[in-house]
Design a protein around this ligand. Structure first.
Ligand SMILES: [Zn+2]
Length: 57
């Protein structure tokens, strides 16, 4: 059986979190963290943009 390696860190793949993508638990957690950070950043930016629009009127 072929041993798969994580596509991000090239470490040993302990489990498959995404079908078709070899991503280990560590990288999966990191990705989830980055995604939530990105989401929060997007939301915060949207709020900031709305308040700027409010003040310019
Ligand atoms: Zn990894």
């Amino acid at each position: 059986m072929e041993r798969k390696a994580c596509i991000i860190c090239h470490g040993e793949l302990d489990s498959t979190h995404y079908e078709g993508y070899a991503i280990c638990t560590e990288c999966f957690d990191l990705m989830e963290y980055l995604m939530s950070e990105y989401l929060l950043m997007t939301i915060t930016r949207r709020e900031a943009g709305a308040s700027v629009e409010m003040y310019s009127k």
